[in-house]
Design a protein around this ligand. Structure first.
Ligand code: 5RP
Length: 219
């Protein structure tokens, strides 16, 4: 296992301690979350059910006997565990590297507590090195892309990829993300963008960050 994967595994295992028994929880998407699903399954902790944010996570949950519920069945989720592509010191994030940021944002907003699990490479002082994913309705892709260029961004269609809801993903480099909350809102005002990958309105409440010399909890 690579050093980075080992750190992802350590953060994921620590997160299991924050899962309350007999509650509904949310489970994100990605390689860090895959370690979490495995650790939760092996822990023997009993939860009422979990909302998953992708087919991949749902399949892994089933493999480890974690019961899945539909988001519409849950009034609220006690905790949401997910990774990030970048997370800053205010615990605002870029997500959607796996193209699942729309369901992830819905589940994050349903959850009382959002715990982000990450290795140290994800922790940044400024968001924006990682391209920002936009989920876009197919017929609006060119129109949205032109708007993004006007805003100073360089859009690139994620070729051969469709989101869970059948939309396209456009990855954007070069936007000024120094005001993440303003940019999150501004992007979602553009007709044709279903959701963008900035998590500033709903940042994480806790970051479990794995470093080479151990795991730290940051709020
Ligand atoms: C998926 C996500 C993931 O949380 C993000 O891409 C991090 O993935 P990984 O844990 O594989 O580094 O937002 O849409």
């Amino acid at each position: 296992m690579s050093k980075q994967d080992e750190m992802k595994r350590l953060a994921a295992e620590k997160a299991v301690e924050f899962v309350p028994e007999n509650e509904y929880i949310g489970i994100g998407t990605g390689s860090t979350v895959n370690f979490f699903i495995e650790a939760l399954g092996k822990s023997g902790k009993q939860i009422k059910g979990a909302v998953s944010t992708s087919q991949k996570s749902a399949e892994l949950m089933a493999q480890y006997g974690i019961p899945e519920i539909h988001p519409n069945e849950a009034m609220k989720l006690a905790v949401y565990i997910d990774g990030a592509d970048e997370i800053n010191h205010s615990l605002q994030m870029i997500k959607g590297g796996g193209g699942a940021h729309l369901p992830e944002k819905i589940v994050a907003k349903l959850s009382e507590k959002f715990i982000c699990i990450a290795d140290e490479s994800k922790y940044v002082s400024r968001l924006g090195k990682f391209p920002l994913p936009l989920e876009v309705v197919g017929m609006a892709r060119s129109m949205v892309s032109r708007q993004i260029v006007k805003m100073g961004g360089q859009p690139e269609l994620r070729i051969g990829f469709k989101s869970l809801h059948g939309n396209e993903i456009v990855d954007v480099r070069g936007l000024d993300l120094s005001q993440p909350l303003t940019m999150e809102r501004q992007l979602n005002e553009i007709t044709g963008i279903v959701e963008n990958g900035l998590f500033a309105e709903r940042p994480a409440d806790l970051l479990i960050l794995a470093r080479e010399n151990g795991v730290v909890e940051l709020i």
